[in-house]
Write a protein that binds this ligand. Sequence first.
Ligand code: ASP
Length: 327
Amino acid sequence: MHAVTNSLLCWGLCLGSALAQSFPIKDKPITLVVPFTAGGPTDRLARDMAEALRKPLGGATVVVENALGAGGAIATQKVARAAPDGHTLLIHHIGMATMPALMRKPMFDVLTDFDYLGMIHEVPMTIVGRSSLPANDYKQLSAWVTSQKDKVNLGNAGVGSASHLCGLLWQAATRTEMTTIQYKGVSMAMTDLLGGQIDVLCDQTTNTLTYIESQKIKAYAVTSNKRLSQTALKDLPTLQEAGLKGFQVSVWHGVYAPKGLSSETKTKLYAALRSVFSDPGFIQKQEALGAVMIIDKRTDPVEHKKFVTAEIAKWTPIIKAAGVYAD
Ligand code: ASP
């Protein structure tokens, strides 16, 4: 009887103290889950965020976890199933909008399984090649790719990644079929491009710019609407100028939590994130690599979700028409 009373008492007190724990929970780290390998653009963004978030979260420990595989779906599923206490966050890109169409059996619903926490930045992509490629401009690259047929090795970060999407669109627009080599993040694809094991890659400036500047790889074109201003990129044509009508891809990033954050946690997290995204030091790091901070209404969680909904509607027919699926 005594034991029952004690355990009932403990149950009440323990539940009470668990409910009373406010965000961030003392001594519990905050984990930023990244869907791709360390050293790539998503990882780099998350590591910059982890460093900058510590202060606005009162000195909390913020760590990055690379949950690899299935072009981002493993990490997304992991966060969808995590406790909604604000301690597990997903840093993901345009893949949030392309995964629903790419997966035969989705393990989560990107629109209903998450609390949206606002968008971060957008990054243009570049078509780059190994330094030993014979082509010196986009026209020559295009002729070389056509002449080589499926012997051209095109890297990407897995089905569902931004580099995969860009590669698909590029092959469709040029009516070519390259041999696709999949990695678990573009940092690995870049290693093989630098080593000459693969021929070409379409990836974000946040991954390619420094290698283009040091001439370790060749750059051929950008996927933005306008030419870019960085010295090493300013002479590159847009793919539209190079004759690929309507070709435009920009890789946007956002922050997501498992659905069910308390409103107090959501408010605190959102405020901490916004203070990071408006920090001049953080902005400078992102812009130096060609990223453009999002400062419009999409920084708001409701508008972020509306934007992702619109992007799903935009990319789904394009992906279905290309007939690709992740298993
Ligand atoms: N952003 C890359 C992609 O989607 C993946 C990565 O960050 O490694 O291709």
